[in-house]
Design a protein around this ligand. Structure first.
Ligand code: CA
Length: 526
């Protein structure tokens, strides 16, 4: 039955929705030049933000944006279903019959497609247009090195205005609150308390099946990189699994003495079977699998998808409740993490095609979307309809939270013209009122209290890049292999000094010099 419904939905959506021609009350017919009333006509091809048909009379946010920017926008929406979207997108690009603006979307790395097509000449480079005409975009995109780097194509140009998330918190610590209750302990604040909790999870049968089958803590790898999540424990000892800045001096974390404290700690956890004994080899997704089996209680992982498991796993494991906790402290007494993500979302943004006759007016419209007014409109819609101001902050009305037509919160926002898949800035107030409350609370707490600057993005000369390419991967491999051996007890953490000597033989000191020079160049620019 479910499959049938899905098929019907797919058939319905095979058509794309357009309400360009004459759809707007009193609107002049679209033309390619500034027409009636001096409005600039702009055509947009956009992937839908929700699989629902839209009509011009409900999208208040965009009607307002058109007024404010003297534009007359005609939208063509395409389903997010990849077979529909890809076919229509490829047909359009092959035909050369392009709209003025393309808002492309692909959940995994759509920006690569945009950058490739931009380099091939389909889109115009935006950096000069932005610098001359778009102060809001300039401030956010050009003046922030992390965002600028994230949106710059390999050919050095910027081909899209990105969608930005409000939150930079990416991954953090989670623990089973229901298991803590069973063993009578609180969420751990220190590495000693974490150890005690893990012992209690190992010995206290918190899953209640009478077997000592719990794997107290897991840490998902990324590919072969087993330090990816477990490395978050390094911060408890002020250690770092990679490059780190110490008072303006570049340092390689695994070569620092405190890295051995981190190794000694994970070695103890491993030896006492407190972390997954298969952490180095386990295939699949141990997070979803072991949590669904009610087998594990502590992990470091992505906030949103982990908090989501409360709903999913909660249906089959009675009482299941994951809660976040602060990064534990060890020899270093302040909880912190350097793990974060750029605010550039990898799945939304828009580009100006070479067919656009009015690129200056177009970038000004895109700039307005990034302005304080535009941010409110594209997150909340129009005041009095979809939100009201309370203590100066926008709060969604029941038109959004209890939509009279029965639409979900996201769908009702999209119907009002908010949260579309375009180059916009998602507001933190939107995140607070909309997203999975547990995940948002966790991300806000990490952002406000624990996340410190990450190692800066550096640019290297071609010669430097060549040396890095040759030596860094060798040093990285040495580090992860020897760290793994220290964790499983094949070498003593104290013997890591020998590994540092090997790193130096490969050329660690040269690498540090190169990184330091690149950092000094960057610091001098400021
Ligand atoms: Ca058990």
């Amino acid at each position: 039955m479910k499959k049938q419904v899905l098929l019907m939905a797919a058939a319905l959506l095979a058509a794309s929705f357009t309400f360009a021609e004459g759809g707007k009350e009193n609107a002049a017919a679209p033309s390619s030049k500034p027409g009636a009333k001096g409005l600039v006509p702009l055509s947009v091809w956009s992937v839908m933000a929700a699989e629902i048909p839209l009509t011009p009379d409900t999208i208040d946010a965009w009607n307002m944006i058109e007024q404010k920017t003297n534009t007359d926008i005609s939208w063509k929406f395409v389903s997010t279903l990849s077979e529909v979207k890809d076919q229509q997108f490829n047909l359009m690009m092959a035909s050369g019959d392009l709209p003025d603006i393309i808002a492309y979307y692909e959940g995994s790395g759509g920006h690569k497609t945009i950058e490739k097509l931009g380099s091939e000449g389909a889109f115009i480079p935006l950096e000069d247009l932005i610098a001359k005409n778009a102060p809001n975009l300039k401030k956010v995109i050009l003046d922030d090195p992390a965002i600028r780097t994230a949106v710059t194509a390999p050919d050095g140009h910027i081909y899209y205005v990105p969608m930005l998330s409000a939150l930079n918190a990416a991954r953090g610590w989670f623990i089973r609150a229901d298991w803590l209750e069973k063993v009578g302990l609180k969420a751990p604040a220190t590495t000693d308390e974490l150890y005690k909790v893990l012992v209690a999870f190992r010995d206290g049968d918190p899953n209640g099946n009478g077997l000592k089958d719990e794997i107290p803590m897991i840490a998902r790898r990324r590919g072969d990189d087993w330090i990816y999540n477990l490395g978050a424990l390094a911060y408890a000892f002020d250690a770092d699994p990679d490059w780190v800045l110490r008072n303006g001096k570049v340092s390689f974390g695994p070569a620092e003495s405190q890295y051995r404290d981190f190794l000694a700690y994970i070695s103890k956890l491993y030896r006492e079977k407190l972390i997954d004994q298969e952490i180095l080899t386990r295939k699949g997704n141990p997070r979803d699998e072991l949590l669904s089996l009610n087998m594990t209680g502590v992990l470091h992982d992505w906030f949103a998808s982990t908090a989501d498991l409360n709903g999913k796993v909660g249906k089959t494991v009675p009482g299941f409740r994951l809660m976040h906790f602060a990064p534990p402290t060890g020899t270093y007494k302040t909880p912190f993490t350097r793990i974060q993500q750029t605010k550039v979302r990898a799945d939304g943004g828009w580009s100006i095609t070479v067919k656009d006759k009015n690129p200056v007016e177009t970038i000004k419209m895109m700039d307005y979307v990034y302005s304080p007014e535009g941010i409110i409109l594209t997150n909340f819609g129009v005041e009095g309809k979809t939100y009201v101001l309370k203590d100066g902050k926008p709060v969604y009305t029941e038109a959004i939270t209890k939509n009279p037509a029965g639409l979900g919160m996201h769908e009702s926002l999209v119907t009002a013209g908010a949260q579309w898949k375009i180059g916009m800035i998602q507001s933190i107030e939107y995140e607070k009122q909309f997203a999975n409350a547990a995940a948002t609370a966790a991300r806000l707490e990490y952002m406000d209290k624990y996340i410190v600057d990450e190692f800066p993005l550096l640019s290297f000369t071609a010669g430097e890049a060549e040396i890095i390419k040759d030596k860094y991967s060798q040093i990285r491999t040495l580090t992860t292999e020897m760290s793994a051996r220290a964790m499983v007890g094949a070498i003593a953490p104290a013997d890591f000094e020998k590994t540092v000597q090997e790193m130096k033989k490969v050329g660690l000191d040269d690498l540090v010099k190169i990184y330091q020079a690149a950092y000094d160049r960057k610091a001098a620019k400021k």
